[in-house]
Design a binder for this molecule. Sequence first.
Ligand code: CA
Length: 233
Amino acid sequence: MNPYVLIVEDEQSLATLLQYNLEKEGFRVGMARDGDEAMMMVDEEQPDLLVLDWMLPKVSGIEVCRRLRGRADSRNVPIIMLTARGEETDRVRGLDTGADDYVTKPFSMTELFARIRAVLRRIRPGLAEDRVTCGDISIDRVAHRVTRADVDIHLGPTEFRLLDYLMQHPGRVFSREQLLDAVWGSDVYVEVRTVDVHIGRLRKALNLKDRPDPIRTVRSAGYSFDIDSAKAA
Ligand code: CA
């Protein structure tokens, strides 16, 4: 699943510009115009990263940062702070705000994306890359293309997200419920058995002559992407 970035910025033209560029880079984007809205949106869906403006109406960026850091569920969410030149920059630089990094306005998109990728890479390796390869299987998140041993594999959108998620955590076993939450979303009602159906389709699509099944069924636990069998090919 593409990383979800929450933009918290009251300056509409900048917010729109950020949204446009982030979506073009393959991120899913949420927008909040003030601190209260930001907190509500974090409750709805935990972002993979926040781009947080320092100066916001009502609750300031710094206060949002503090509140997020004070909660168990959002303590580790990466935050990149946007500041204007002269806006308490020294304090931000000291990062006593709890932010992971900061960018001073005006900034170029290239600069911001470099920071975003650096932060995501540090916190969730594999998440920020356009291409992920495990053994003989590669996925290209931008082109939505999957290959195995250089053969094109055609997947439906759900199978693509499922494979993408499993490949982000090779070797880790996920229960059907965890896969439902991660791939379908926690507010969508889908029967647990649906996961088996899509795993079945994914397996069938990835099944090439002489190549082992990369998806391991763990009895009474769930599924994992088995990097060794993919490598053995
Ligand atoms: Ca502002």
